[in-house]
Design a protein around this ligand. Structure first.
Ligand code: HEC
Ligand code: HEC
Length: 388
């Protein structure tokens, strides 16, 4: 390159200073609202319905099973086929693809250990019950209890990993072994806590009154966060995980294909009640029975029609977004909240979502904020052998 061109480029770079660190004025109630989204990460609660929850040997077995395609009927599909490790546990598709295309998007598995309802429709009340579903579903892995049980008994590594996790060799009851495999996978998935993000550094600095550190958080993200706080996104995207773990209707159309609807939570509650693996059934390991209370008391209401679980906003992956992958980017999601028509919303009572009418700059700021809830995560190494 010509010397003079270098000089010109260098001069321009010097003349335009890097955007100076800046801290907006944060009012006390805004600081409190931001504080409620941390600290991160909180301890993962131990699931009393799973006797191997928090057990490191079970988590190791669970990760191996998670990656094992032999759980599926054709030996081709593992959990990791859709929940791709190193890709925020999603597949990047609008809808999951098993043996056929599914109706819903594969959700990320980050932070599932903090949840209490699972699936977009809450059809499962534990992480282990949710992990049984894809194994048995003929549209997904199309497996069965005897296949999983035979694998645990006959594969030396798995049998040894099972004995270490559960303290006994695999038994004779196929269904009990299917449930144990799912419980080991749940123990693994509960360890998937998303890393700290730039938002967390900002939150902690703001609370500590460390202006220098807080002002390193980009000013467009600060503006976006202020909008997030002001317009009530946290009514649903609440707390450290940015979800209250419950269900809502934000006006995403729920036609799956012409003439067919996804009733969301309304159907999910029917499936939950019918499941042999719910917390009121015999596979709940909690002797107190308290873990089953939520399931016992939940009511199926007509207003549950078209409701889907409020997703966490931490580390959601590259998109698409929403239960059916209908929105390709975060820009589209923000546009949706900005323009959603009130007639689209079916919730009874006080509407929590309203048309925001954001300006283009406000929309950009909101996206900038949402992006600061994610960081790049290095690829995850394949799990090593379970036993020597
Ligand atoms: C064919 C793709 C596919 C496969 C294979 C698959 N999943 Fe999923 N997973 C999905 C989809 C789609 C959903 C959303 C299901 C729904 O809401 O109806 C989901 C939901 C989940 C959830 C609920 C997450 C949440 O936030 O509620 C968990 C946990 C999960 N899967 C674990 C597993 C495990 C464990 C396996 C292997 C035994 C597995 N998945 C296999 C596509 C897949
Ligand atoms: C009434 C509760 C509620 C409110 C208020 C709300 N959301 Fe949501 N949000 C949801 C639900 C439910 C979904 C999933 C909807 C679906 O898939 O059909 C969702 C989905 C999202 C997603 C997509 C996440 C993913 O992984 O697919 C983003 C991003 C999001 N909301 C951001 C916001 C922002 C920003 C605001 C404030 C402007 C907001 N939400 C207000 C309930 C709410």
């Amino acid at each position: 390159m010509k010397r003079w061109l270098f000089a010109v480029v260098a001069a321009v770079l010097v003349a335009v200073p890097a955007a100076a660190d800046e801290l907006l004025l944060w009012l006390e109630d805004e600081v409190q609202a931001v504080a409620a989204h941390g600290p991160w990460p909180p301890p993962v609660p131990r699931d009393p319905s799973n006797r191997v929850a928090g057990n490191a040997a079970a988590a190791r077995l669970g990760e191996v099973l998670f990656n094992d395609p032999r759980l599926s009927a054709d030996g081709q599909m593992s959990c990791a086929s859709c929940h791709v490790p190193g890709r925020d546990w999603v597949d990047g598709r609008a809808r999951g693809v098993g043996r056929v295309e599914l109706d819903r998007r594969t959700p990320s598995l980050w932070n599932v250990g903090y949840g209490h309802w699972f699936g977009w429709d809450g059809a499962s009340d534990s992480l282990w019950a949710q992990s049984i579903r894809p194994i048995l579903d003929p549209r997904e892995m199309a497996g069965d209890a005897s296949r999983v049980a035979a694998l645990l008994r006959d594969d030396k590594q798995l049998a040894c990993g099972y004995a270490r996790a559960f303290g006994a060799a695999p038994g004779k009851d196929d269904e009990a072994l299917l449930v144990d495999a799912a419980k080991a996978m749940a123990a693994f998935q509960a360890t998937l806590v998303s890393p700290r993000s730039p938002f967390d550094d900002f939150r902690d600095a703001l609370l500590a009154g460390d202006k220098a550190a807080a002002s390193r958080y980009p000013v467009d993200a600060q503006r976006g966060l202020k909008i997030f706080v002001r317009v009530g996104c946290a009514n649903c995207h609440f707390g450290p995980r940015f979800t209250n773990g419950e269900f809502g209707d934000v006006g995403v159309p729920f036609f799956t294909r012409p003439g067919e609807v996804d009733a969301g939570r309304l159907d999910g509650l029917g499936k939950l009640a019918a499941s042999a693996y719910n917390l009121l059934g015999r596979y709940n390991d909690d002797p107190t029975g308290r873990s089953g209370l939520r399931t016992r008391h939940v009511q199926r209401l007509h207003s549950n029609f078209g409701e889907f679980r409020v997703p966490s906003l931490r580390q959601p992956g590259p998109g698409p977004f929403m239960h059916n992958g209908q929105m390709a980017t975060l820009e589209e999601v923000v546009k949706h909240y900005s323009e959603v028509s009130p007639d689209r919303l079916h919730s009874d009572g006080v509407p929590l979502v309203r048309q925001l009418g954001l300006t283009p700059r406000q929309s950009d700021d909101m996206v900038a904020f949402l992006r600061t809830l994610s960081v790049d995560v290095p690829p995850r190494p394949q799990p090593g052998p379970l036993c020597p």
